[in-house]
Design a protein around this ligand. Sequence first.
Ligand code: SF4
Length: 327
Amino acid sequence: MKDQNQLVTARDVTVFFSLKKNGFFAKPYKVTAVNGVSFDIKRGETLGLVGESGCGKTTLGRAMIRLGHGVTGGHIEFNGRDISSMGKREFRALRKDIQMIFQDPFGSLNPRLTIGQMLAEVLKVHRLARGESARKRILELLDIVGLQKEYFNRYPHEFSGGQRQRIGIARALAVSPSFIICDEPVSALDVSIQSQIINLLKDLQKEFGLTYFFIAHDLSVVEYISDRVAVMYLGKIVEIADSRSLYEAPRHPYTEALLSAIPIPVPGGKKHRILLKGDQPGPLNIPSGCGFHPRCPKAMPECSIREPVLKSPQGEPDRLVSCLLYP
Ligand code: SF4
């Protein structure tokens, strides 16, 4: 029986795309950006997704709403319906319920439209409101995201980075979604503004019962907003646990290394930083066995041969780890 509390179910999700080599006779080759990823998101929770840039986290978020390459293997269910295989028309009807907030709010706003015009367009496309009722709704949205009603007639270039991100949030909220994919929503902002936007997202979640998939590379931000956190490396999820357990006692050596790099916010606070060898390899050079073995400080001889699977370590049913240290 399906768990009614589950909003998103992703199973063995793969995203690959073909790239062409230079040369007339060269055959295209396949790049796997997301490789067999599975996770669930419960209604009203925030699942954070962290990992170095290039690990596939943004590709995964975009594929969930069919931006970019889309899902090429496995499936994603939203509210019990398989959105990865449904027809374009059916997905368009459902798309209103799934919104995305982007990293670069300026790039995602039309510079030729005032904020009022841009939000009116969203309401019109989704047949939600027109004329005076649209105007009322837009003023309400501006108020919800903490912007003054005088901003209605201003253009995107007249706003600061934080204000633009508030506009991006208003645009996502305009269609009353239940699920929002937040793709690095604060990484382009100053630290003081970051906390305002994160607090706004938290307040909105409470007020409107929203569910978030929060993608970021900043682990402190993810810890603050997430109920559970998934760690991604080279297109795979290597650990998932509730936020507190993951930050207090990481199990996967990659999670340990990422967390060891977070500064301690007290004067003189120090911890042992785990320095990883080299860089994350590209998706064309995925190592054999465990993809992390060339950089792993705890690698064993079998790690280059056997591929670990994501499963619960003994005595921790709520955590999943992909590492041969936890048989
Ligand atoms: Fe490190 Fe081996 Fe675990 Fe991979 S399987 S994370 S190489 S110990």
